[in-house]
Design a protein around this ligand. Sequence first.
Ligand SMILES: NC(=O)c1ccc[n+]([C@@H]2O[C@H](COP(=O)([O-])OP(=O)(O)OC[C@H]3O[C@@H](n4cnc5c(N)ncnc54)[C@H](O)[C@@H]3O)[C@@H](O)[C@H]2O)c1
Length: 326
Amino acid sequence: MKILVTGGAGYIGSHMVHLLLKNGHRVAVLDNLENGHRESLPAEITFFKTDLRNLAETEKAMASFQPEAVIHFACYIAAGESMEKPFLYFENNLLGGINLLEAMRKKNIGKIIFSSSAAVYGKGKNKPLKETDPIAPSNTYGETKATLEKIINWYAKIYKIRYVAFRYFNAAGANYGIGEQHEPETHLIPLLLQAANNRRKNAFIFGDDYPTKDGTCIRDYIHVTDLCQAHLKALEYLTDPKNNSEIFNLGTTEGKSVLEITELIKKTIGRNLRIKIAKRRPGDPPFLMADITKASKMLGWRPEKSLEEIITSAWQWEQKLASNKS
Ligand SMILES: NC(=O)c1ccc[n+]([C@@H]2O[C@H](COP(=O)([O-])OP(=O)(O)OC[C@H]3O[C@@H](n4cnc5c(N)ncnc54)[C@H](O)[C@@H]3O)[C@@H](O)[C@H]2O)c1
């Protein structure tokens, strides 16, 4: 299939591109490279250095590649920053998303997979969340995801567009010789590994006074390859015209606290970690774990990789990054 991947030079998008090529798909990436890495992408893809906030340029890329489906990763992703700079998040994530849908409509592209987020659930609760749980984001990043889910749903109602929206929990791990490379990094596992590798003085734990078993936040970490495999299933699902648009959680159901991850990292890589406890970050919910019954029943998908595999692969990537930078 011909697939356009927006944000394909970013962390999850670049893993998706490698997996799509391995499975025989033809791929184009649309990315403005603001937070992406061209070198993470194989040479044989078509690349559009385009900003989704520019409708005319987005339409041009769509017309030139004429994809059968779009996978939409491109946006700003830092929940904490979204509370300091809400305008940037509303502008980039919503305007970018609307332009993409409009370009798809104009060029008659009928399938989209959208990267939504567990951030739509807001505070979460002390058990795995179902897709039917209340939508109540506690940061403006999550609000942009919840809003774009609704806008895509209107496009699906009004036009011949069908979609799968995936609410990712915490993506982590690495594959294909590439990995996570956010600047600044805000995600726990790469931050801890950078500290273990002496590329960062301390790793911070933001809040140890949450109502959880050890006072630190509980999250559901899923290997980036497992996440991308679900998108292959979604492409198959959307290929059958009888299948309706759907929203699915993607996680593992298993919640781990920040302290548990810290201990597991120490054990897995055999190094010590310098940890500092800092204040809570605004908008960080105490619990976020996924109930994945729906994706497993309707898409036949299940995550396969363990937390140890996540940590080992992310550690290999961290060491490669460190040696490239030295
Ligand atoms: N990483 C996670 O754990 C996680 C969790 C939940 C949801 N998500 C979602 O998954 C998607 C990918 O996340 P990621 O971690 O790979 O992020 P990332 O920042 O690594 O990748 C995003 C990519 O989008 C590009 N981009 C941003 N705005 C753009 C624009 N206006 N036009 C063109 N390109 C633009 C960036 O240059 C970057 O390459 C995002 O939609 C994010 O919200 C990620």
